[in-house]
Design a protein around this ligand. Structure first.
Ligand SMILES: *Cc1c(COP(=O)(O)O)cnc(C)c1O
Length: 325
């Protein structure tokens, strides 16, 4: 991070304000429990099910919060985002609900279902060649020339504050926790969850969980500065980020207990568990948090444990192959 730039980090007050702002548009997602999970872990486990959020993942919270804060000029010029995943759908849907034009920059080879979903929410999709073109340059160009506001998927105070509303709802509903497990890509959900948890359950241990193949967050956390990696090979496509952000990292460094990892095989086992025992569809990335809680069970005996299930958007053919495999 550039030591000369002083960033103003979001705080719990921003999470509380975000909760007000998105109330009524975002779903207050259910907190589910499972006797089988409790018996296995030897703890009381509370699953906050963001797979039941609008558009199928927590990303709606951050997008809706960020877009709700646009002024007149920003609303007229529109929003631009680059993503082939859940952030694209979150921005497109939030923009539609607020009557703001949205341009989403997606790779030419993005899955047809994701392009269709984004267009279905009214997003104007601009494609680029991921091998020859730079999506950030395309996004910046649209932002500069047409006055659009670029909203990144995680490294933005309003996005972080919005994502924090899920953990806030969880603790409001079930009371203080001893440990909270949160998956980690660029760290928007983890940073927001940490802001909410440090305020509402100060003694709670907070664990970020990322794919073993892409443990840049763990390396960054342990070394004290942001580590960049190549795009990791993992089935957890929502966590294939190459580095933490300038806003997310300082919060994670300050407030998080540790960063853990999970293997693809552990994610598949969790996907099966959720399908078989809890009758719910969870995408691979959404399984990271529970996978780590299972590994940590020796330390969780008799505790109250929160697990944020981040999303449920997975192609059905891919999903059935995982379950069959
Ligand atoms: C984006 C995403 C993540 C990672 O979130 P970050 O804020 O980038 O850490 C995890 N799970 C799902 C389902 C996602 O869409």
């Amino acid at each position: 991070m550039d030591g000369h730039i002083v960033l103003t980090l979001p705080t719990y007050m921003d999470v509380a304000a975000a909760a007000k702002r998105i109330e009524g548009t975002a779903n207050r997602t259910p907190v589910l429990t499972s006797r089988t999970a409790n018996d296995e872990i030897g703890a009381e486990v509370f699953f906050k099910c963001e797979n039941y959020q609008r558009m199928g993942a927590f990303k709606f919270r951050g997008a809706m919060n960020a877009l709700s804060k646009f002024d007149e000029r920003q609303r007229a010029a529109g929003v631009v985002a680059f993503s082939s995943g859940n952030h694209a759908q979150a921005i497109a849907l939030s923009a539609k609900l607020l009557g703001i034009p949205a341009t989403i920059i997606m790779p030419l080879d993005a899955p047809a279902a994701k392009v269709a979903a984004t267009k279905g929410y009214g997003g104007n999709v601009v494609t680029y060649d991921r091998y020859t073109e730079d999506r950030e340059a395309i996004g910046r160009n649209l932002a500069d020339k047409q006055g659009m506001t670029l909203i990144p998927p995680y490294d933005h105070p309003d996005v972080i504050a919005g994502q924090g509303t899920a953990a806030r709802e969880l603790i409001e509903e079930v009371g203080p926790l001893d440990a909270l497990f949160v998956c980690l890509g660029g760290g928007g959900l983890l940073a927001g969850s940490a802001l909410a948890t440090r305020e509402l359950a100060p003694d709670c241990k907070i664990y970020g969980v990322e794919p073993e193949a892409g443990n840049d967050g763990q390396q960054s956390f342990r070394s004290g500065s942001i580590v960049h990696i190549e795009t990791p090979k993992t089935i957890a496509d929502g966590a294939q980020t190459q580095h933490l952000g300038q806003y997310t990292f300082p919060i994670i460094k300050r407030d998080v207990t540790d960063i853990l990892t999970a293997t693809d095989d552990q994610l598949i086992a969790c996907m099966r568990f959720f399908a078989e025992r809890m009758k719910m569809v969870v995408e691979p990335t959404g399984c990271l948090s529970f996978a780590a809680a299972r590994e940590m069970k020796a330390h969780l005996k008799g505790k109250r444990v929160g697990v944020i299930v981040s999303g449920g958007n997975v192609d059905m053919e891919r999903y059935s192959a995982f379950l069959a495999g």
